[in-house]
Ligand binder design. Structure first.
Ligand SMILES: Cc1cc2nc3c(=O)[nH]c(=O)nc-3n(C[C@H](O)[C@H](O)[C@H](O)COP(=O)(O)O)c2cc1C
Length: 376
């Protein structure tokens, strides 16, 4: 890993010549740094966005990625998260792909929907994805990025956003990619401060996010391991980013966006109790239940969310141990009652307990960016 270089501000130069930008949607609290729920495949669907909005919405939502290829049509369940979204918060539609013609075709279809903007995925680390030179695979090929960003910028009259990692297996292309982001007048850049090869568990290189915030003219969202409102404030101070994007720790703690707003306003953030967490789990269970999915399958799906929630319930991982053995709805909620209602007024820990790990425990996702393969 090379250190973040101190470089001239590419943004200042392009700001002088570029046409007027479409303004970003206002945050919930005017003047505060932005918050966004990170796009997460198999997680950030419509029911999950509704649940997040109930506990304290982020300023922006991003959809799961629409896969773009010769035969692709926008996936119906992702379209629902845009057209049936009543959270009141803007939704950016994320695309993953590399074929310029099909990407532009898909953009035109998505622009007929009430999207806040179009987001390009340049970060997915699943080998099945990057081997097709899409997602994080694009970061190996700046010439391809140049072509794709140019075509997408031409096709998108409104907001065009990019989410990227800091490189593929090194950061050698990072500065070039940031220059391309500036050149093609991207409106908002989210930077996950790891390379593709670093997966999801390495330290996050916030110095590289700080470099992006200096280098591009658009606002930058800092992403990676923002575990609490306190960490959000610290990362904003360290990177000078315009906002934070939070993924796994919003699954663990759906109050995190509200707490971040309160923290940034100088107020004492809300502290949920274990009783509140019991309520969240029940809410999530009911909201994400699909009538055609058998109970056992829904319980299995719930365990994927609860892997994250359990990181803040107890330091021994006892809730996680018991939760993973529940097979039915009744068993699952009996575990919740035992662990969350025995001492219901106890605060839910603000940070995950050290050493309490979400499972499955593989370092690298193999098939997709989904909860089956990603750990915290
Ligand atoms: C289950 C899961 C699915 C993800 N799916 C996507 C995705 O569809 N698009 C994307 O750009 N990033 C995806 N990511 C990456 C997240 O958006 C985010 O960059 C990453 O989790 C780091 O942020 P965090 O530490 O706040 O979770 C996914 C991450 C997880 C855990």
């Amino acid at each position: 890993m090379i250190p973040a270089a101190s470089t001239p501000n590419a943004g200042e130069a392009s700001r002088a010549t570029s046409p007027a930008r479409t303004p970003l949607p206002l945050p919930i609290v005017t003047g505060q740094p932005l918050t966004a729920l990170a796009p997460m495949q198999d997680v950030t669907d419509l029911p999950f966005m509704r649940v997040m909005a109930h506990y304290g919405a982020p300023d922006y939502f991003f959809t799961e990625f629409f896969r773009v290829h010769a035969q692709s049509r926008p996936e119906k369940h992702i379209v629902r998260s845009i057209v049936e979204n009543k959270t009141g918060r803007p939704v950016f539609a994320q695309l993953i792909g590399e074929d310029v013609g099909h990407m532009v075709r898909t953009v035109r279809e998505l622009l007929k929907l009430p999207v806040a903007g179009i987001d390009l995925n340049m970060g997915c680390p699943a080998p099945k994805i990057y081997k097709k030179n899409v997602g994080g695979g694009l970061l190996r090929d700046p010439a391809k990025i140049d072509e794709l960003l140019g075509a997408l910028r031409d096709a998108i009259p409104g907001l065009f956003t990019v989410k990227m990692r800091i490189g593929f297996d090194s950061t050698e292309n990072y500065r070039r990619v940031l220059d391309l982001v500036a050149k093609h007048r991207v409106d908002l850049l989210s930077v996950h401060g790891r390379t593709v090869k670093e997966g999801y568990r390495s330290d996050v290189h916030y110095d590289f996010i700080a470099e992006a915030a200096r280098a591009v003219p658009c606002p930058v969202l800092a992403n990676g391991n923002i575990t609490s409102a306190t960490r959000a404030a610290a990362v904003l101070a360290e990177t000078r980013a315009a906002g934070v994007m939070i993924g796994r720790h919003a699954i663990r703690n759906p109050w995190i966006f509200r707490q971040t707003r309160e923290r940034l306003a100088g107020q004492t953030p809300f502290t949920p109790t274990l009783r509140d967490v019991r309520g969240y789990i029940e809410h999530l269970y009911r909201e994400t239940r699909q009538p055609d999915i058998p109970e056992a399958a829904h319980v299995a799906k719930m365990k994927k969310y609860l892997n994250f929630v359990g990181q803040s319930v107890d330091a021994q991982g006892a809730f996680l141990y018991d939760m993973r053995r529940a097979m039915t709805e009744a068993e699952l909620f009996a575990v919740c009652d035992r662990h969350l209602l025995a001492d219901p007024e106890r605060p839910f820990a603000d940070e995950p307990y050290a050493g309490v790990i979400a499972r499955p425990n593989c370092e690298t996702p193999h098939e997709s960016c989904s909860l089956d393969t990603i750990t915290a």
